[in-house]
Write a protein that binds this ligand. Structure first.
Ligand code: RAM
Length: 493
């Protein structure tokens, strides 16, 4: 489908400038020493950052008579140093791994690595250097990049210092993912994904409040639809704004929700009008996948995301996301006085809602089941509760039942956990919600996280959906939930 240039133009004008900050290493003495072939140093910048690195290289003994051959490895989490890119056998492109070799022709001199990295730690290994001189790293500096406006971030206060720490880590996560757009992860994939954007926007409203940036991202998705008008799962900004050829049932629908969230925050009617058509289309397209009020199941990998789990059956969850998005669509239509649309959506919503209860709910188990094999998972319960299929009392009973079911398929991403917490709050279980948040995100904090991760399975912290933790992202914005939930529901400000 053709790009909507009017929307694109608005989007590009709304996107922020990326600012630079120089960051010094924690301990200069740790690397200031003569280096021979085979030696290596580790530089710790004291915090996670996204940006460039600049080095000042010197030498001792004879004048350099040959280039220096170095290997750089950048790590968000020290675990990344334990693996070599050459050994990685997973399915996602290994070019994401932040390890590379460079030859430096002139020493002494200043050296600037042109690529942007996401890291706290840098390891430099001397693969070869002439035996006539030793290399000295005299200076190392990082130039950190972010578009987040720190002056807008107020402090979060709680008597519970652990909560303050979780909020701080979450804000750092969001901060480093805020570049020209809300990136999913600055290490990987470095681009705007719809599901991630929705959660980043929520955290942004409670923290940096860069609402024009959210607006710009919503316009980008609106400007760059897929062939059939569907909002793509993600878009690229460079070298030209372009939609990816991947779409996911839930991500497209979350566009509608993100638009309504944005409007509730800003009351920006112009944006609501400009983007309503795009939002409405997502509902109509999703409806094509519905038979007798029920979303058809599919065996196409990735047709609907929900969570990073290959075993998860997505049918019930997809139905829940559709209902959830329809609630926002109804609210938008009413706000815009699109009465016919609003009435029509309301009617269909009721049909789908009732059909969902009849089709997915297993009375005996007190749980929702999904797919041919009647799978029980957290994701199915959470999404059908959020979709409004049951009231809060019954919802809480269901959430307790799933927690007691040892066979139930668990959640692995902070993305899915975000919606679990939302479901607990919807069922008025505030204390449980806080306990889950503290336990889950606290688990990453206890493992030394500077920023929250793309994936965290408490039972297997080294899990990777990609076949190696070396490509996992350890600063992933869909995990910035603590900043949102704590500030909105558990603050003392
Ligand atoms: C991961 C991305 C992104 C997510 C998709 C579905 O690969 O990093 O965060 O939205 O999966």
């Amino acid at each position: 489908m053709v790009k909507n240039l009017k929307l694109l133009d608005k989007a590009l004008q709304l996107l922020p400038e990326v600012k630079e900050t120089v960051v010094e290493p924690l301990d200069i003495a740790a690397f200031l020493k003569p280096l021979k072939k085979g030696d290596s140093v580790e530089i710790d910048f004291g915090r996670h950052l996204v940006g460039h690195i600049k080095l000042k290289l010197g030498y001792v003994r004879s004048h350099p008579d040959a280039p220096v051959w170095l290997r750089f490895s950048f790590a968000e989490n020290k675990k990344e140093f334990e693996e070599r890119v050459e050994d990685y056998q997973g399915w996602i492109c290994s070019a994401w791994v932040q390890q590379e070799q460079v030859h430096i022709d002139l020493v002494p001199g200043e050296y600037f690595l042109p690529r942007r990295y996401s890291f706290r730690y840098v390891k430099i290994e001397v693969l070869d250097v002439s035996s006539k001189f030793d290399l000295i790293i005299e200076e190392a500096k990082a130039v950190a990049l972010s578009s987040a406006d720190d002056s807008r971030l107020s402090a979060y206060h709680s008597e519970n210092k652990e909560l303050e720490q979780l909020d701080r880590i979450a804000c750092n996560t969001l901060h480093d993912c805020m570049q020209k757009v809300f990136e999913d992860g600055p290490k990987r994939d470095q681009r705007l994904w719809m599901g991630d954007l929705r959660l980043q926007a929520l955290a942004n409203y409670e923290t940096y409040q860069m609402n024009d940036m959210v607006k710009g991202c919503l316009y980008l998705f609106g400007a760059l639809p897929m062939e059939n008008g569907q909002v793509g799962a993600c878009v690229f900004l460079d070298p030209e704004p372009e939609v990816d050829d991947t779409s996911m049932f839930d991500y497209s629908l979350l566009y509608v929700v993100a638009l309504w969230d944005y409007y509730k925050q800003t009351k920006d009617k112009e944006a609501l009008r400009d983007l309503w058509e795009t939002a409405r289309t997502q509902i109509s397209l999703a409806q094509k996948r519905v038979d007798n009020g029920i979303v058809r199941d599919r065996d196409v990998l990735g047709w609907c995301f929900l969570d990073w789990s290959l075993e998860l059956n997505k049918q019930a969850g997809a139905q829940g996301v559709l209902l959830y998005a329809m609630q926002s669509a109804i609210a938008i239509a009413q706000e815009l006085r699109e009465n016919r649309d609003a009435e029509c959506l309301k009617g269909t919503y009721e049909v789908y809602r009732k059909a969902a209860k009849a089709y997915f709910y297993d009375e005996k188990k007190g749980l929702f089941v999904s797919g041919e094999n009647r799978q029980i998972s957290y994701a199915s319960q959470v999404w059908l509760i959020l979709g409004g299929v049951v009231d809060s009392e019954e919802g809480l009973r269901i959430l307790h039942n799933v927690a007691a079911d040892r066979e139930a398929l668990e959640m692995v991403t902070p993305y899915m956990y975000h919606y679990y917490i939302e479901a607990l709050l919807k069922c008025n279980a505030d204390e449980e919600a806080l306990a889950v948040l503290t336990e889950y995100w606290g688990g990453m904090a206890r493992l030394g996280a500077d920023t929250f991760w793309e994936l965290y399975n408490p039972k297997n912290p080294d899990e990777s959906p990609y076949g190696g933790t070396i490509v996992n992202s350890y600063c992933h914005a869909w995990s910035c939930a603590p900043a949102y939930f704590l500030r909105k529901y558990f603050g003392e400000n």
